[in-house]
Ligand binder design. Structure first.
Ligand SMILES: [Zn+2]
Length: 315
């Protein structure tokens, strides 16, 4: 794909790195909680009645950890969503003024922005609370299994039916499951999402990174619309990722109503860890720089199905 000149590489880079500290704050919260819960759970398998009582106490403490973690996650999400979104708006203002745009301005007070931030904060919170719920379930399962020194019949049957374990007695199976659970907890992989085990700290970082980037892109696009501009560009760093190659360096119409440019049907990040950014661009600037035809040609290659459909509808 012929690469378009980057309009504002500095702001693209800035957009991607500025949330680093905020993301770190959440990662540290989860790392600390993870360490405390792992230590609690590994503090001993009960043999006596006194130790059993101690395990119940551990469960209560884990519960308290999760209650606090839920509050922290909610508070973090509210702040991070707003900050990341506003960054997107700032990038829009800066880029538009660099391009010499003198149309309407951008202001955060508008209803559309407040609503958008709330939606993003709710998504972030939901992701984190789901994760926290999984930590609690795994921890409870672990404590119960060590307490009773046996795994539920249902679990054993699932594993046998699933063909995971053959030719072993129920007792062996129970031991094997317990061992697996023990390894998982010992490794700090306290949480399970879609069948995969994660350390809370890495999962929190993944959620924070992905969701704050989404917020920044959303802030950029909404502010661009508010300023009365319809075109945006995706940054270009010569990616090897197929899912990003479809969008990289291209110019899109936010409304989908432009006669030359395809509709923006997705915005970065296109996958976890994606480094692409989105920036506004002015049609007249492209024309003045003699880049318009090249941009139209490049942007209409390898259209997605949604874009093809939108184009047919407009025609
Ligand atoms: Zn990417």
């Amino acid at each position: 794909m012929p690469s378009l000149p980057s309009l504002s590489e500095m702001s693209a880079r800035e957009a991607l790195s500025f949330m680093r500290r905020k993301i770190q704050t959440l990662t540290v919260i989860y790392a600390d909680t993870q360490d405390r819960i792992t230590t609690l759970l590994m503090s001993g398998v009960p043999q006596t009645a006194a130790q059993q009582a101690r395990m119940n106490d551990i469960l209560k403490q884990v519960n308290r950890e999760i209650v606090v973690l839920n509050q922290q996650a909610r508070a973090w999400a509210g702040g991070a969503a707003k900050e990341a979104y506003q960054k997107g708006m700032d990038i829009t203002s800066q880029t538009l003024s660099q391009l010499g745009y003198t149309g309407s301005g951008v202001n955060f007070g508008a209803r559309m922005h407040v609503q958008a931030v709330n939606v993003i904060a709710d998504q972030m919170t939901a992701d984190l609370l789901t994760a926290n719920g999984s930590i609690l379930r795994n921890a409870t399962r672990f404590v119960r299994s060590t307490q009773q020194a046996l795994i539920t019949e249902g679990e054993i049957n699932r594993q046998i039916i699933g063909g995971l374990i053959e030719g072993k007695t129920r007792r062996d199976v129970s031991k094997l499951i317990e061992r697996r659970l023990m390894d998982q907890i010992e490794g700090g992989r306290l949480l399970t999402i879609n069948g995969r085990n994660y350390q809370p700290r890495s999962y929190a970082e993944l959620v924070a990174r992905t969701r704050t980037r989404e917020a920044t892109s959303r802030g950029t696009v909404n502010a661009t619309t508010q300023a009365g501009v319809d075109l945006v560009q995706i940054s270009d760093h010569g990616t090897d990722t197929p899912i990003c190659q479809v969008y990289e360096g291209k110019t899109f119409s936010i409304s989908g109503g432009h006669s030359d440019f395809p509709q923006l049907d997705r915005m970065p990040p296109f996958h976890p860890g994606c480094w692409h950014a989105i920036l506004p661009v002015i049609e007249n600037v492209l024309i003045r720089r003699d880049e318009y035809d090249q941009a139209v040609e490049a942007s209409n290659q390898d259209l997605t199905e949604a874009q093809k459909k939108a184009k047919q509808k407009a025609a």
